[in-house]
Design a protein around this ligand. Structure first.
Ligand code: F6R
Length: 262
């Protein structure tokens, strides 16, 4: 695992964009496949990717994207659906064609139908193989909507949202009652299949979750700790999110080595 600690959120976005673009370039055959997250954290990263496009350093016109998760019960056209959010905050920003954006389908007339859609989505990811999976982290240590207690080998499925997550996300809805209770989320096993993971966290509210994920035990109690199992996990933090880390000096030494290509 590489832990990169930036001076602030803007620098973290630049570090993360470089990790994403470098990771996509390593694909040998076929068009690149990107795993994408919603939420507030990746917005700076998406703006940096747009800048890279402007400079001619990246082009997402032939990139396929798979979203981490979607709310159950919201149609893909709903304003707060993750599909619509990603069209606005990702596709329109970095020039990724909407037709190349895949999102789980959390809408259906029965639970059985939604389960079948989740299984088909997982199979499509296995088929495509994600080159770089972008991740945020919840204050409770979730990635995607894999809440504490999620199986470390789980696949895309319906998952109940925790009370903490619903409160954290109420800011996007007209109050807590309007926040869906369930999601369809890539599982931790699905996320681990990606060739590179780039997790970004900023702000002091994420410090405890980051300390548990990076330096705590591998445990379903902190789903993001599965990063410890991945051979190419990059964790990009600002100072506030890194505040709880004990091995800080080592991460800084290691990152300095990276600048020299070691
Ligand atoms: C979003 C997702 C979530 C968020 C996490 C952090 O697709 O999968 O895991 O990344 O809840 O959200 P923000 O960035 O809004 O703090």
């Amino acid at each position: 695992m590489e832990v990169l600690i930036a001076a602030n959120a803007e620098e973290a976005a630049r570090f993360a964009a470089k990790a994403v673009i470098d990771g996509l370039r390593t694909r040998v055959t076929g068009d690149p496949v990107l795993g994408v997250a919603t939420g507030s954290t990746p917005l700076g990263l998406y703006a940096e990717l747009a800048r890279a496009v402007g400079r001619g350093d990246a082009d997402f016109g032939k990139t396929t994207a798979f979203a981490l998760d979607e709310y159950v019960g919201l149609e893909g056209t709903h304003e707060q659906s993750y599909r619509q959010t990603l069209v606005t905050e990702l596709c329109n920003v970095i020039g990724l064609p909407e037709s190349r954006l895949h999102t789980p389908d959390g809408h259906g007339d029965s639970e059985e139908r939604i389960r079948a859609q989740a299984a088909a989505y997982d199979a499509a990811i296995v088929d495509a193989r994600i080159d770089v999976q972008i991740l945020g982290i919840g204050t409770n240590g979730h990635i995607g909507f894999n809440e504490p207690g999620s199986s470390l080998r789980s696949r895309t499925r319906i998952k109940r949202l925790s009370a903490q997550t619903r409160m954290d996300n109420a800011r996007f809805f007209d109050g807590l009652d309007a926040v869906p209770t369930h999601s369809v989320t890539q599982g931790l096993g699905t996320i681990l299949d990606s060739r590179r993971m780039v997790l970004v966290a900023t702000g002091s509210r994420k410090a405890a979750a980051i300390a548990a994920a990076v330096e705590g035990p591998l445990s379903a109690a902190c789903p993001a700790s599965v990063l410890q199992l991945h051979p190419d996990a990059v964790v990009v933090l600002d100072e506030a999110a890194a505040a709880g880390l004990r091995n800080r000096a080592y991460y800084d030494d290691s990152a300095a080595g990276l600048q020299f290509g070691i």
